[in-house]
Design a protein around this ligand. Structure first.
Ligand code: SF4
Length: 451
């Protein structure tokens, strides 16, 4: 069999698209391998942050240089490919193929061309697609289903609308079909993906389906399935059903009261929302074009917690935006203290070429950005630890994800609130739900005992 090696950078959407590409590779007779044995090496790249992009450039250059030692095909895929197109090959001539975000579905064509010993210019000769169809690794029981693509928000620091295009929502029937297919092969947890899932929008005749409507439709169609006598006679489906649904990412400006109601009333939805705030300063939020104020964000948090006292919230925080003052940073720290996120992804600003923020005045010195980020990280770590200590003794449902890396007698599991737990159990339990008591803390992970 022909062998491939795929490396993925960046967000969950990229990971989902890599899973889809792996399906295509398998269908074309390719087998996963270590880099040294691969005849085809693919890098699925990210350009959202300078650090991810620099890592990918280093890797591209390293692999392109390695082609002097042995022969293989090198393909650069994803957001960097979309952003730089053939400039990638100018900078690293060892790159054979560049497949932008909208051309990932042309992978099959590329594989046919490689098999035939030919070469074409994918960037020129292939159509552009928005969605690829298949997003599942065999044997996995957590999976990602894209429901929309692109973004219309144009936050001034973000490259996504330029490399992933405008928002396009996916046909709900396709989404539901894909979720049912996943359930049939043993998937227990689905994460619905989009750059901003809250602005999902599907029109059919006079009907408009929004994101809360889509969630209700998915949940109802799964319930319907359990009631269906045909499904009832299938013990595998009864046993291996989807128990949890999550979604990622929610823009605060679009999280509606209707969505809060759906989350509150339907137990299939995990009570965890990733709600990127980015800054606690109204001045900076306006400069970022986030379209909400800190007061609106805090009131959204209040309404989520009033409806679901147990809900956990996580966030993205960006410090060192051009013009950010010490007072702005204090407002961000204050907001973090008020909300008490369970965790946050924290970054300092790095200009992305082509975005409005790249040419904004008053850039912040690197040293200051790093100091500010360190303060944010220290505070968030304290809050995460406090929240974890408050949870000790609680009993919660978990989905067992894997065998623990430290011991084959332990498993690694996740709660619906997105907390990691290690506890003693047989590896055969992987993929099952269980109830555990949280008994101790080790770093960012709980240690548990089956309850
Ligand atoms: S909402 Fe803003 S940060 Fe998120 S993908 Fe769209 S433009 Fe980027």
């Amino acid at each position: 069999m022909k062998k491939y090696h795929l490396e993925t950078y960046g967000c969950e959407m990229n990971k989902a698209e890599s899973a889809a590409m792996e399906t295509t590779l398998r269908e074309h007779g390719w087998e996963k391998s270590a880099e040294e044995e691969a005849q085809l090496i693919l890098l699925n790249t990210c350009t959202v942050r300078a650090t991810a992009e620099n890592r990918a450039w280093n890797r591209i250059n390293q692999l392109a240089a390695r082609k002097k030692e042995r022969s293989f095909t090198l393909a650069v895929v994803g957001c960097m490919a979309e952003q730089y197109k053939r400039a990638i090959q100018k900078r690293a001539p060892g790159v054979d193929y560049v497949l932008g975000t909208f051309q990932k579905q042309s992978l099959g064509l590329m594989l046919d061309v490689i098999a035939a010993g030919q070469k074409i210019d994918i960037a020129e000769e292939t159509p552009k697609y928005v969605f690829s169809a298949n997003h599942h690794e065999p044997g996995a029981f957590r999976s990602f289903v894209p429901i929309m693509h692109g973004c219309n928000n144009f936050c001034t620091y973000c490259i996504v609308p330029y490399v992933r295009g405008r928002e396009t929502s996916r046909n709900p029937e396709d989404i539901i079909r894909e979720i049912k297919r996943m359930e049939d092969i043993g998937v227990r947890e689905i994460t619905l993906l989009g750059q901003n899932v809250n602005s999902y929008h599907w029109e059919r005749g006079d009907e408009i389906l929004d994101f809360p409507g889509l969630l209700r439709l998915i949940s109802e169609s799964l319930r319907e399935r359990r009631r269906d006598p045909a499904s009832g006679s299938n013990p595998r489906l009864q046993e291996q059903r989807i128990g949890w649904l999550r979604f990622l990412t929610s823009h605060p400006k679009d999280l509606s009261p209707a969505l809060v109601e759906v989350l509150k009333n339907d137990p299939i939805f995990c009570k965890h929302v990733h709600l990127p705030v980015q800054s606690g300063s109204n001045r900076i939020l306006a400069a970022m074009n986030r379209k909400y104020t800190r007061e609106q964000y805090l009131s959204l948090v209040e309404s989520l917690r009033a409806s679901m006292p147990d809900i956990t919230l996580s966030s993205d925080i960006l410090v060192g935006f051009p013009g950010e003052t010490d007072e702005d940073l204090e407002e961000t720290l204050d907001l973090i203290r008020r909300v008490r996120f369970s965790y946050a992804f924290m970054y300092y600003f790095n200009a992305r070429a082509g975005t409005p923020a790249a040419s904004m005045p008053n850039p912040i010195a690197d040293k200051v950005k790093k100091q500010r980020l360190a303060r944010v990280i220290t505070l968030q770590k304290e809050i995460t630890s406090e929240l974890m200590r408050e949870r000790l003794g609680a009993i919660d449902e978990v989905l067992i994800e894997d065998v623990s890396r430290r011991s084959s007698k332990e498993v690694l599991a996740r709660t619906a609130r997105d907390e990691m737990v290690v506890f003693p159990a047989s590896p055969t339990r992987v993929g099952q739900f269980a109830h555990v008591r949280l008994v101790a803390i080790s770093g960012n992970t709980f240690r548990g005992k089956e309850a």
